[in-house]
Design a protein around this ligand. Sequence first.
Ligand SMILES: C[S@@+](CC[C@H](N)C(=O)[O-])C[C@H]1O[C@@H](n2cnc3c(N)ncnc32)[C@H](O)[C@@H]1O
Length: 190
Amino acid sequence: MRREILDRIDRLRDICDLCAGPPLAQDLTEFEWLYDKVERLQPSTVLEIGVRYGGWLYCLAPAFDKYAKICGVDYPDEHSQIRMKVYRALRKEGFTIRHICADSTDPKTVLEAGKYLQWPIDLVHIDGGHDYETVKKDAENYIPLGKMIVFHDIANRDYGVKKVWHELRRKYRAEGIIRQVNMGIGIVHA
Ligand SMILES: C[S@@+](CC[C@H](N)C(=O)[O-])C[C@H]1O[C@@H](n2cnc3c(N)ncnc32)[C@H](O)[C@@H]1O
């Protein structure tokens, strides 16, 4: 496992100040596979749908362009306080961040994110609502805005992501990694 990912997870734990639960809800081998690809892309615009604590953004950020512009979308929820801390840490590193507190499927959210990041967006992560209808809508709305679109939990039988992922694979150039049957990462190259 790459040292920089493990260091980042350690730092994230300190920032979040969480006594229980992983601040990064990812299988590390899958995450490292993604990290390598994002590092090659060096995205200067990044959109994440479903930020929760901001763990994915924080741990992947060293692979972004140094001055990347980031936009996160999530509801105002119990994670907001921790998320703000993570955003603050990322801003200190030179990234520009805007958070949209809204439903990702609302057309106003799609427009706001697209305008802010001036689509096409280099990297989009779709990890918000995991039911079929929400993932389907997010895919329809955000794939046209992005270049590299990442989906999490493509293998989990309990989520609608799996079905959407199988539909997308027939339509787009796509690749994925599944190391854990309840997780998995998929990438659509639009
Ligand atoms: C699995 S968590 C995201 C984890 C995060 N991407 C990471 O890897 O660190 C899913 C998040 O999506 C948010 N969410 C669910 N449905 C959403 C929607 N329709 N619009 C915006 N956010 C949504 C939840 O509030 C939650 O924070």
